[in-house]
Design a protein around this ligand. Structure first.
Ligand code: 0X9
Ligand code: CA
Ligand code: ZN
Length: 431
């Protein structure tokens, strides 16, 4: 896997009907272009830090903003605008089904579904706003536990979704986990056992502004919606966390136009702060941050190739999660250190920060498909449930692991015993 993996997706889908909808006539909107790989030395192309969707048939397919086009022109690298609409392969069209996003959640739909769970299962599900996005949407957490209104001395586990706006499936998997636990608590003794013994925190939508932007403006948007000035938007929330933030320009970029722009300072972005503040008030024993795509399970470090002092332990857990996933439907998720062989460095990512500050085993799971030709950021509506189902035993395993290896905090200055977030009952009014 190369650095370009960050943004690999199906060319076929990229050029499909949704594309025509997405690249409506706004010149500020990024466009999909292609450049012939032999039109410039690879090094030059690399330096331009382009958002490469796919490397296919001698060409690089790129999401290019106005700035990128200027750079390409300066470097005299010819490019072609991709405007030809093709039919989506194998019916992989996220826009089929109900509404603009079918069974995928919008911000508003997710909020409504989270509140509905709380209402239906008041003893085990509660919704808390952790903070607000730049555009003032709420970043919600769903807590699942017995005696949910109380902070009990139980191991806590964290599941995050959608740091990256276009990775829609990463909203669904953690949300469906919360739903599954709530709905099966009364009937399934295994579910009851883990819910009784732990406190499960789920933040399915870390980047609500970005998600809404992918729905209404541009399907391939990745970052949040920070106005960086000079026509550049967005900070990569998964480069904004404060552990080894910005230590080099390979694992993140100082350039506001880049898809991996790290922001002006560690935790400059309210979305990353919302996760940070939850994390610091709790004593998480393990966490997973869901992304897509490529079917891999990654653990720190991302900032260096040097293995962490808990490499063996995190590797064992990853191996176990991988084999449990594979047992469901045969799909293989590779696993390894984030910055391991065939991977790429990142600095300021969620799991480096979580692990670096707490020593908690922390995972990035890149959900299916495995590659761009398998659909990239587009999973069919019918695939949402099976993808959740295959990840379920991995999540259950991590909860079980946390219960078995619980290390109560000796002294957590943030945990005052009382609950610090205020439960919310009514939907937000602003979307
Ligand atoms: O680059 C990222 O932020 C994550 N991949 S994605 O394609 N969803 O953007 C991966 C983060 C894990 N860290 C490393 N691979 N170093
Ligand atoms: Ca409890
Ligand atoms: Zn991602």
């Amino acid at each position: 896997m190369t650095k370009t993996k960050i943004v690999l997706l199906s060319i076929i889908v990229a050029l499909s009907g949704s594309g025509t909808f997405l690249f409506a006539e706004n010149p500020e909107q990024p466009k999909i272009i292609s450049i012939a790989k032999d039109s410039a030395p690879a090094k030059k192309i690399e330096e331009l830090n382009l958002d490469v969707l796919a490397d296919w048939n001698g060409k690089l397919y790129i999401v290019a903003g106005p700035q990128d086009m200027v750079h390409l022109q300066k470097e005299r690298i010819p490019y072609t605008l991709q405007t030809v609409p093709l039919t989506p392969a194998r019916g992989q069209n996220a826009f089929s089904g109900g509404g603009v996003n079918g069974a995928y959640h919008t911000y508003q739909e997710l909020e409504a579904d989270m509140l509905a769970l709380q209402q239906k299962y008041p003893n085990i599900a509660q919704v808390f706003p952790l903070g607000e996005s730049l555009e003032k949407r709420k970043i919600y957490a769903l807590k699942i536990s017995d005696n949910v209104a109380f902070e009990e001395d139980e191991p806590e586990v964290l599941f995050l979704g959608c740091h990256h706006a276009r990775e829609w499936i990463s909203v669904e998997v953690p949300f469906l986990m919360g739903k599954y636990l709530a709905e099966n608590y009364a009937s399934d003794p295994e579910v009851k056992r883990i819910v009784d013994q732990s406190e499960i925190w789920i933040v399915p939508l870390v980047n609500p502004d970005g998600l809404e932007y992918t729905l209404h403006v541009y399907r391939y948007w990745r970052k949040n919606r920070r106005d960086n000035g000079q026509g550049n938007f967005g900070v990569d929330i998964n480069r904004n966390y404060g552990y080894k933030w910005g230590i080099d320009n390979e694992g993140s970029s100082p350039s506001p136009a880049s898809e991996v722009y790290r922001g002006t300072a560690a935790f400059s972005e309210p979305e990353a702060r919302a996760v940070r503040d939850l994390f610091l008030r709790k004593n998480f024993q393990a966490m997973i941050s869901f992304h897509s795509f490529s079917q891999v399970i990654l653990y720190p470090w991302g900032y260096t190739k040097v293995p962490s002092d808990k490499n063996a332990q995190m590797r064992e857990i990853a191996a176990e999660m991988s084999s449990r996933i594979q047992a469901v439907a045969g799909r293989v998720y590779q696993y390894g250190q984030s910055n391991g062989p065939a991977m790429y460095p990142t600095n300021g990512d969620t799991t480096d920060w979580a692990f670096g500050t707490s020593g908690t085993p922390s995972y990035t799971i890149e959900l299916p498909p495995i590659d761009e030709l398998g659909g990239g950021f587009f999973n069919r509506l019918e695939d949402i449930e099976p993808i959740f189902r295959e990840n379920l035993p991995a999540m259950v395993y991590l909860i079980d692991y946390s219960i078995a290896n619980y290390q109560p905090a000796i002294h957590n200055p943030y945990d005052l015993g009382a609950f610090l977030f205020k439960k919310i009952d009514k939907p937000d009014t602003r979307y």
